[in-house]
Design a protein around this ligand. Sequence first.
Ligand code: G6P
Length: 615
Amino acid sequence: MCGIVGGVTDQNITPLLLEGLNRLEYRGYDSSGLIVLSKQNSFERARSVGKVSNLEMNLKSRSKEINGKIGIAHTRWATHGEPSSLNAHPHISKNTVSVVHNGIIENYLELKNIQIKQGYEFKSETDTEVIAHSIDSEMQLGSSLVESVQKAVKSFEGSYGIGVISSKYPDQIIAARKGSPLLIGISENGNYIASDQMALLSKTNKFIFLEEGDIAEVKLDKVTIYDLDGKLVNRPVQKSKLKAGQVDKGNFNHFMQKEIFEQPQAIRDTLESRITNDSVISSSFGHKADEIFRSIDQIQIAACGTSYNAGLVAKYWIEDIAKIPCHVEIASEYRYRRPILLDNTLFVTLSQSGETADTLEALKAAKKINNTLKSLCISNSAESSLTRLSDLTFLTHAGPEIGVASTKAFTTQLVSLALLMCSIGKLKGYISRRQESEIVNGLKKLPGLINEALLQETQIKQLAKSFTNKNSALFLGRGTMYAIAMEGALKLKEISYIHAEAYPAGELKHGPIALIDKNMPVIAIAPNDELLEKLKSNLQEVKSRGSKMLVFEDENSKVQSMDSMKVIPITSNLGRISAPIIFTIPLQLLSYHVALSREADVDKPRNLAKSVTVE
Ligand code: G6P
């Protein structure tokens, strides 16, 4: 989603703001902007539509440099108001207050009508402008900047992470959060704010993570934090293990490609200290995990996008192997239903970022429905809103994922879910020591198997060319491979803009077969499992309708290659747990190369954001 960076330093802040924006661009990027307070305490602002590079060009084209020691900046992913320079942040009220904002002020129309009557002139269509005017109007009544923010936020419904500067208070930034993440970076040369630590890694690795409702006054040498009730609070300074270099492309052309190839290591890192030679260390889910896992009778998973697809795979594993009823639901639907949540439910949220608003709200809604439930968050972000709200946390250790289309976060989520399934099944007595040992040994082989699958890249790159001019594609699978087909279809549509759908192969005859002709390529996944023969029959049905097919198979599946059907063996003897993880790899490579062949912006697909922190 949108990104915020800002700082008070003893040097010119503009280069830091630009660097931060570049590092945040993956979150959302239809426009960007920055504002600094000049030596004369006047606002100097630049805003541009499109990528941060456009803002850089805008700055270069100016006769006068934008220069100051305090400033705030923003990359925007449009929600209220189209992407345009006027709607880009920062917004200004009466040349006194300037604001950058992540989130949505849901009652902005109501506030706007009041402010128009008060004489405020609106320059944009955004909800953010009401924040600037609200703060300004409190200042006009005599409150200080921090007091004005404290008073103003009381009138906001919705979510916000904001950075505020004022020409009347040239030594400070006010940061406030509710529902949108915000942190403070601490360094000797100044203090900073950002929505994501990545923006600040080149300056510091010391961070304070603001909590819900916190408001902070950030000065060059001092940070003061107030909680929701205005009480002074101390929040711990935490050292981040992330390094600036981890968020570079290295020798790869794109972050997505780098992240696909990082999967063997990411999985090793996720397994490290979580397994012994032949067993899963269930306490790696938290010190209360054993007690909680023993007590649960069902699992409810809620997630969005790629994380939801990981949940679908886990449902098969959890019910088949650990014998616990498991439901999976899209979080944005779950939060508005009145679902039945029995006692002894483990509510699992899956989220790469740990900040997805719908997933967070689904968890909050579930807690309201049944306050006895226990919650577990599987996330790639140690300090996130979801992890803070959950009883148990399991980190995927995939490392920073920058490509908007999720790759290594997905496969490490699957590994984490396999460990969860195994821990629960073992503690409930449904998984024997021998089975556990087999599962663990299977997981240990994954990095090697992924490396083998990655060797298919050249061949897949070649095949991707036949998709360049297609408008649609159909992905087929059965069992866990249906969920992997969904993930394959999601990847293709996200980055190549080809319409793609996934179907359980057995459902083909109930509708989608009507779509099949020579212009609709079909991609199928054929593991060597108990459904293989049924899948082969489904493939015959497709073949006789003239479609071009691409089949990724287990070497032992022996699907017959022919003119209309290209079969690519990926590897052999994959088990129930390793198969969905390994078959994900060729689908990631396929969508990556199809997107490249269509000259699409792989890492920053249009209209998408890495982390969706608004509804
Ligand atoms: C966005 C991203 C998707 C991601 C989804 C859930 O829509 O574009 O790639 O899968 O959010 O994100 P999360 O961080 O909760 O896993």
